[in-house]
Design a protein around this ligand. Structure first.
Ligand SMILES: Nc1nc2c(c(=O)[nH]1)N[C@H]1C(S)=C(S)[C@@H](COP(=O)(O)O)O[C@H]1N2
Ligand SMILES: [Mo]
Length: 509
């Protein structure tokens, strides 16, 4: 009466798939899904040095691989539980019921231990057990006797049923995870934001291969296999530590303060010198200083620890935070989940990593501490280094070549971009875009000229240069800061404190 091993294996795998799909129905692609929880466990177990280069360096490549691997691991784990449990319950009906219950109970327990999410654990376990029950019932049907094909069919049907139920949410999650957030435009446009975005568009050079001044696709880097989903209605931000009085605000409190729009560039410390982890957006929020003033920072306060809903934490000087923005809007839309909804910090001129997403707490410290990435060997809490990138090369039939890209120098600002077409022997001054507008109060009159006045302190500029080619040229580019400092030529890798050096590209028309 005993079904041969391959069939039991098939049932067990189907049961494992049922748990993985069943839990997904309730959690979606969030840290509470068993697969993502397993991926996070794997990250915790891997050596820091590997994580250090893995995520900030590879980021978008490493994470989907990790999630896929964890998916297989999760199926294997729950299949193994089903396999072990079924060994104890072969034969009579009553025993089979006990087997189903045993499978469901152990799978539920395992899913719960992994995710601390009771609802999803119970649903997953129930589906896992039901799959075994369904298949087992067919296999030992007293009329037809042992029926291997029936058993396989049941397992197949159960798998297909669960997969079908999960297909919708899964497709949505995959789409959300793989489509870069379109953060431009707005369903309910604010005329001031529209005007600022229009100005950015007018000032952009149109260069194939390079982003306009407001990025169409903004890079994403964080430590999470799946981003936290923070309920905006329940979200609060507290200011704690060395302050006169701890302050706690919710989103309505924040939004009731005088907001402003700021063009700001972010760059990841893991960005290679000519990489793509540097982008610019128009952010809407309130200056952090308004909240700090309310809490009253102690004189001994030197630094801050920012904490987030994904258990991320970064420490840096209080003085850097004082210029920061608590942003809930990006290019006129609510801040997307992947960029830290409902509220993130924006710290002018500093590496991306202290621009904490899903922000929940600002603790004022009286002595320095170590942040998440610094614990893994990075030094990314300071000012971003100056860079000029070549993302556009276009050759025309008449021999003219146009090269272009962006230059960024944090709050030091870019005053000029210089281009060499002979490997760095001689230099010409490139054409650069007009600076983006400065911080604009959200209640400014969109019609007034002041609304687009000033210049952004922390935004990149576009550059382009045309030359006539007579064969191969080595194009080199470097930025000049506002005080005349020329970007240093010494080359370093991104790890541990950011890439530096001049970008070179040999161009053969
Ligand atoms: N909570 C949280 N905030 C975070 C991170 C993170 O892992 N968790 N990653 C940081 C890093 S390394 C960078 S470069 C920026 C990237 O912001 P973006 O994903 O919006 O481009 O977010 C920072 N903020
Ligand atoms: Mo980063």
């Amino acid at each position: 009466m005993e079904s041969p091993a391959p069939d039991r294996l098939a049932v067990a795998v189907a049961s494992g798939v049922a748990v993985v799909a069943g839990t997904f129905l309730l959690t979606g692609f969030t840290p509470r899904w068993v697969v993502v929880a397993l991926a996070q466990t794997v990250i915790l177990l891997l050596p820091d040095a590997l994580i250090a280069s893995g995520i900030q360096g590879l980021g978008s490549t490493a994470q989907p691989l990790l999630v896929a691997g964890s998916g297989l691991l999760a199926v294997a784990l729950f299949a193994a539980i089903a396999l072990l449990a079924t060994r104890f319950g072969r034969g009579a009906d009553r025993e089979r019921a006990e087997t189903v219950f045993l499978v469901a109970a152990v799978q539920t327990l395992a899913a719960f231990l992994l995710t601390i999410t009771p609802g999803a654990a119970v649903l997953g376990g129930a589906l896992g057990g039901a799959t075994v029950g369904l298949a087992g019932a067919r296999a030992t049907d007293p009329v037809s006797g042992p029926d291997r094909r029936g058993l396989l069919r049941s397992a197949g049907v159960a798998t297909v049923a669960v997969a079908a139920a999960g297909a919708g949410p899964l497709a949505r999650a995959v789409r959300a995870a793989t489509t870069p957030a379109d953060t431009r435009g707005d369903a309910d446009p604010d005329p001031l934001v529209e005007r600022l975005l229009a100005v950015a568009e007018e000032r952009s050079f149109e260069l194939a291969g390079a982003e306009p001044l407001v990025s169409e696709s903004f890079y994403v880097v964080d430590k999470n296999p799946a981003d936290p989903r923070v309920d905006a209605d329940e979200w609060t931000l507290s200011v704690t530590g060395a302050v006169d009085e701890a302050v706690e605000v919710n989103l309505d409190d924040l939004r009731s303060r005088t907001a402003q729009h700021r063009f700001e560039t972010l760059r990841c410390v893991g960005d290679p010198v000519n990489g793509r982890k540097m982008d610019t957006a128009l952010w809407t929020g309130v200056p952090v200083s308004s909240l700090l003033a309310e809490a009253g920072v102690d004189d001994e306060g030197c630094c801050v620890m920012l904490r987030a809903a994904d258990d991320y934490y970064e420490e840096f000087p209080l003085s850097a935070l004082e210029d920061g923005l608590l942003a809930w809007g990006m290019n006129g839309r609510p801040l997307p989940r992947g960029h830290g909804a409902p509220v993130r910090a924006l710290i002018p001129g500093h590496w991306g990593e202290i621009n904490v997403k899903w922000l929940t707490e600002i603790e004022v410290l009286t002595e320095e501490a170590t942040g998440y990435w610094e614990q893994k060997g990075w030094h990314g809490t300071g000012p971003a280094s100056t860079v000029a990138k070549i993302h556009h090369v276009e050759t025309r039939e008449d021999g003219a070549v146009t090269v272009g890209g962006h230059a960024y120098a944090g709050t030091r600002g870019v005053s000029a971009v210089e281009v060499s077409t002979d490997g760095g022997n001689t230099w010409a001054t490139a054409e650069v875009t007009e600076r983006l507008p400065g911080a604009t109060p959200a209640d400014a009159d969109p019609e007034s000229t002041e609304a687009v006045g000033g210049a952004a302190v922390d935004a990149w500029r576009g550059w382009r240069h045309e030359y006539v080619a007579d064969g191969e040229h080595e194009v080199v580019v470097r930025a000049v800061e506002r005080d005349g400092t020329v970007q240093p030529s010494a080359e370093t890798d991104p790890f541990p404190s950011g890439a530096s050096g001049w970008v070179r590209r040999s161009v053969d028309p």
